[in-house]
Design a protein around this ligand. Structure first.
Ligand SMILES: O=C([O-])CC(=O)C(=O)O
Ligand SMILES: [Mg+2]
Length: 543
């Protein structure tokens, strides 16, 4: 460990005013700090006080990023202790705005940038990163950042934010987490015209050039960090997302958060919602607006769970699930022009163009928005769902808040308080005719930290769908009677580390059962083991 001035500038070891008198003597800090000695609680109180002075969420984001670069332990302590308040800052929706403005708020670089310029040298680039023992990589190519589209190199905010949650919510060590942005150019004309844009200023490379860069990256990752490093794909465009996942799932430990993480969290919410609306999964009918990564990923996991429960073949259970894309209901007659990931959902039906007509024709009990386009669950749509169902389940998943299919207030008002509603980005509780409705947040942040922890602690070498199902069931099992009474289908984020430990334990158990674990022998109590592995944000004493 370094000392003196350098120690104060090392975010992994710096404690700021919390250095004790003894530490100040022993580590040449005398005079470099004002005389007051604060404990971590007081530092935390002071920082929360300062943060709350900012009215603009982006300013809070910048203050938190500064803290992360100054004093890592304090940053995580703050995040863990104030998760409900700070999640919307370091994560959706504010992280979306941060990516959009990344060029102008950019100070010190975070994460690792791998652009076409690094082609042929990626393994060396990885060695420039200061840490060696990497356990989780979150990687994006910036082409589909939340529902905001192509933000190119500025997508870096997403891997950085996701990995902060890996540590805060899932307990992975910060030094074991590596955020990566792959820059192959951008098709965002505004960025290409912006003199302050930080990425490559040309159109996106595609085809072979793209595939080769990713292949080199995936190979270098395995070479440098071994077989057990988890690579989480995040916010790739549909085509590449599906292709990368299928290409690397048999050779690497890979997980696509937008396809699989979102699927797992939504399935969990639906399982929980059955307690409120009754019936089994197979008694319900699902309609999606949006047939990309999230839509088809969720649809497939629901069909899989239905098939497990009823023993009916997957082809049969898929028929309970319908998807609408930008061209209307996905039906058999469109099969010739459908991308392959949409084809399993092309059922026999006459063409239907508009969502509202699809709702009326299909009569779903569950409506799920996953198109990345905001304001698409109109009053008419919500009213139609309400006339069909005593308690319609409505999930507006698109992020950030600006892209949400409807707001919580709209869902409750238009359904006259009958909707069971959750959304990808957070909404405040709604007062409707004197009753308070608390919307849940159906966001993969519930799943990926615990899921990743489960893979890491078991030493998993591959991801299997059964592990996603285990994660869904583990999360749903943690919704309490109290939560249900409020209409919630997710537990609050307050206890997320406990929730993550339970998810991790169930995922790890599945890894062991499937014979895909390399961490042996299998720990007896997996929940306890998961908790014991978690990173602590408390300061250590320096001698
Ligand atoms: O980041 C989030 O809030 C959820 C997510 O993966 C996405 O919207 O792409
Ligand atoms: Mg995402």
């Amino acid at each position: 460990m370094c000392s003196g001035y350098t120690l104060l500038r090392d975010p992994h070891h710096n404690k700021g005013l919390a250095f004790t008198e003894n530490e100040r003597d022993a580590h040449y800090l005398r005079g470099l700090l004002p005389p007051a000695v604060f404990n971590q609680e007081l530092q935390e109180k002071r920082l929360m006080h300062n943060l709350r002075q900012y009215d603009v969420p982006l300013h809070r984001y910048m203050a938190l990023m500064d803290l992360q670069e100054r004093n890592e332990k304090l940053f995580y302590k703050l995040l863990i202790d104030n998760v409900e308040e700070l999640l919307p800052i370091v994560y959706t929706p504010t992280v979306g705005e941060a990516c959009q403005k990344y060029g102008s708020i950019f100070k010190r670089p975070q994460g690792l940038y791998i652009s076409l310029k690094e082609k042929g040298k990626i393994s060396e680039v990885l060695k420039n990163w200061p840490e060696r023992n990497i356990q989780v990589i979150v990687v994006t190519d910036g082409e589909r950042i939340l529902g905001l589209g192509d933000l190119g190199c500025q997508g870096m905010g997403i891997p950085v934010g996701k990995l902060s949650l890996y540590t805060a919510l899932g307990g992975l060590r910060p030094s074991a987490c590596l955020p990566v942005t792959i820059d192959v150019g951008t098709n965002n004309q505004k960025l290409l015209n912006d003199e302050f844009y930080i990425g490559l200023k040309h159109k996106r490379a595609t085809g072979q050039e793209y595939a080769e860069l990713l292949e080199e990256f995936m190979t270098a990752v395995k070479q440098n960090y071994g077989e057990k490093v988890l690579v989480q794909f995040e916010d790739f465009a549909n085509h590449n997302a599906f292709e990368l996942l299928s290409k690397y799932s048999s050779s690497h430990l890979v997980f696509n958060d937008d396809i699989q993480g979102t699927a797992s969290v939504v399935l969990s919410g639906v399982i929980a919602a059955l307690k409120l609306v009754g019936g089994k999964l197979a008694d319900h009918k699902f309609l999606f607006l949006g047939a990309g990564e999230a839509g088809t990923g969720i649809a497939e996991l629901i069909a899989l769970e239905m098939s497990k429960q009823t023993k009916a073949p997957l082809e049969e259970t898929r028929k309970k699930i319908w998807l609408v894309d930008s061209k209307g209901l996905i039906v058999r007659s469109r099969i010739g022009s459908l991308q392959h990931f949409k084809q399993p959902w092309a059922h026999e039906h006459e063409p239907v163009k508009e969502l509202i007509d699809a709702v009326k024709a299909i009569k779903p009990t569950v409506l799920i928005g996953s198109s990345g386009v905001g304001k698409t669950f109109t009053k008419e749509v919500v009213e139609a769902m309400t006339s069909l169902n005593e308690k319609p389940i409505i999930l507006a998943l698109s992020n950030p808040t600006s892209q949400s299919e409807c707001t919580a207030e709209e869902a409750y008002t238009w359904s006259k308080g009958r909707a069971i509603f959750a959304s990808g980005s957070p909404f405040d509780p709604v007062n409707y005719e004197g009753e308070v409705f608390v919307p849940g947040q159906s966001n993969n942040a519930y799943i990926f930290p615990g899921f990743g922890l489960g893979l890491i602690i078991s030493g998993a070498i591959r991801v299997h769908d059964d592990m996603l199902l285990a994660a869904s069931e583990a999360l749903a099992a943690q919704v309490s009677e109290k939560n249900y009474e409020k209409g919630l289908i997710y537990p609050p984020f307050t206890n997320i580390r406990k929730i993550s430990a339970n998810i991790a334990a169930k995922v790890a158990a599945k890894v062991y059962d499937l014979g895909l674990a390399s961490h042996l022998p299998r720990p007896k109590d997996l929940v306890q083991y998961a908790e014991s592995c978690m990173y602590s944000p408390l300061y250590r004493k320096y001698r």
